[in-house]
Design a protein around this ligand. Structure first.
Ligand SMILES: [Zn+2]
Length: 414
């Protein structure tokens, strides 16, 4: 693979693009509120398309509204693609998703200006939806359409928080839900997604960027722990079947298990409902969620087995009934080892200090992995914050990330 000479990325351009895109849906100063197919989203997609045209890329919009900017390669073949999503949380910040969509465009623009046409086609993409912030079950709407995993009946079934269907939202901006199958691509050679880290690991390590070697596996349990409701004063402790006592032990035990296994295992109990939820009544039932993640398939299986046996053991010892339902279960998604090696080598050549780490968050790249080898790059997040207007990455760190992206794309396409 060719070694890239030092690639120049203009810090002023990076800052200008990030701040300009963030104006579409600007919220509370540094925040952005931009849900898929909203007027702000349409304006952001149009802006992205204009920048692609200005960079000399040919622009195409697919059936779900993903925007693609393409630089033809002298030898043709499958495209090397880089991008991310441009929808946000309500509100999110300026960087989640947007930075990756812009990074693909800025890197390809810089490569074209500094090295001319590539050997193989390069494409930047702004994916339309990742956050599920307008349609709670949309789940990677943009990238799922690209990999052909949107069944034809789905646009009529997905309902927004406000009540409209996905089909209605698409038609309102001139997209035809019947055409979604045409968004599928089978001509992508590699997908590279740059994203902010959204956690504190790079900041703690004092490093600007990471090459991501896996996206974590995630499982969500909904657990029901049922005992017997009784008088909080008259019923002795040793005679109770108290689901709150069982829950407390399970919550402590599960969290301790993830601590003991160490990074990158994580377990979160984020939602608890108590019935009947009164001060002087021993509860009848405690319902709670468990979100448990690990990027390594074997460690992940061990984490879940430990969680399940602990929950069963506590329930049995305390005379409680326990039921759970697994309502989300995504396997870990390893990055392509050859791409990881390419980007690690590119970082060394460009003198960019980097970490190698797994992603604890889910991303479009794990959908794209169904049709192409993928890798991700992370850029340091200030205080690890994300999904908030507080989200921030410095211009220097963004430039380092985009320079690394460009160097890797150079190795793959030139
Ligand atoms: Zn994101």
């Amino acid at each position: 693979m060719p070694r890239a000479p030092r690639i120049a990325i203009d810090p002023a351009l990076v800052e200008n693009y990030v701040l300009s895109l963030a104006r579409h849906g600007e919220y509370a100063g540094t925040g952005v509120w931009r849900t898929v197919y909203s007027p702000e989203w349409v304006a952001a997609a149009d802006q992205y398309a204009r920048w692609c045209e200005e960079a000399g890329l040919s622009v195409r919009r697919d059936a779900v509204g993903n925007v693609w900017g393409r630089l033809e390669g002298r030898e043709g073949g499958k495209a090397i693609v880089s991008g991310s999503h441009i929808d946000t949380q309500c509100p999110g910040g300026r960087y989640d998703g947007a930075l990756g969509a812009l990074a693909g465009l800025i890197a390809i623009k810089a490569l074209k200006e500094q090295f001319g046409p590539p050997r193989r086609p390069l494409e930047a993409v702004a994916l339309c939806e990742e956050e599920s912030s307008r349609f709670p079950a949309a789940e990677f709407w943009g990238s799922r359409a690209v990999v052909g995993l949107v069944p034809p009946e789905l646009p009529d079934q997905l309902v927004a928080y406000e009540g409209e269907t996905m089909s209605q939202a698409m038609r309102a901006i001139g997209l035809d839900p019947a055409a979604i199958a045409s968004a599928r691509r089978d001509d992508i050679a590699a997908f590279v997604e740059l994203h902010i880290e959204q956690g504190p690991i790079l900041e703690k390590a004092d490093l600007p960027v990471a090459v991501v070697d896996a996206i974590t596996g995630i499982r969500h349990y909904l657990v029901e722990l049922t005992g017997e409701s009784n008088h909080a004063g008259a019923f002795p402790m040793d005679a109770r079947r108290d689901p709150m006592a069982g829950f407390a032990e399970i919550a402590g035990g599960l969290i301790a298990t993830a601590h003991r296994m160490g990074r990158p295992a994580v377990t979160t109990i984020g939602r608890v409902q108590v019935e009947p939820n009164f001060p002087a009544i021993v509860p009848r039932k405690v319902t709670f969620t468990v979100d448990a993640r690990h990027p390594d398939p074997l460690e992940r299986a061990a984490l879940y087995a430990r969680h399940e046996s602990l929950m069963r053991e506590v329930a049995a010892r305390r005379g409680l009934d326990i039921h759970w339902e697994v309502y989300m279960d995504l396997p870990p998604c390893p990055a392509d080892p050859a791409l990881v090696a390419t980007f690690a080598a590119a970082a060394r050549e460009q003198d960019i200090a980097f970490a190698t780490m797994a992603s604890g968050a889910v991303h479009d790249a794990q959908q794209m992995a169904a049709i192409a080898p993928m890798v991700m790059l992370f850029v340091r997040s200030k205080d690890g914050r994300s999904h908030t207007p507080e989200e921030f990455s410095s211009v220097d760190d963004m430039v380092a990330g985009i320079r690394l992206l460009a160097a890797g794309l150079y190795a793959l396409a030139y």
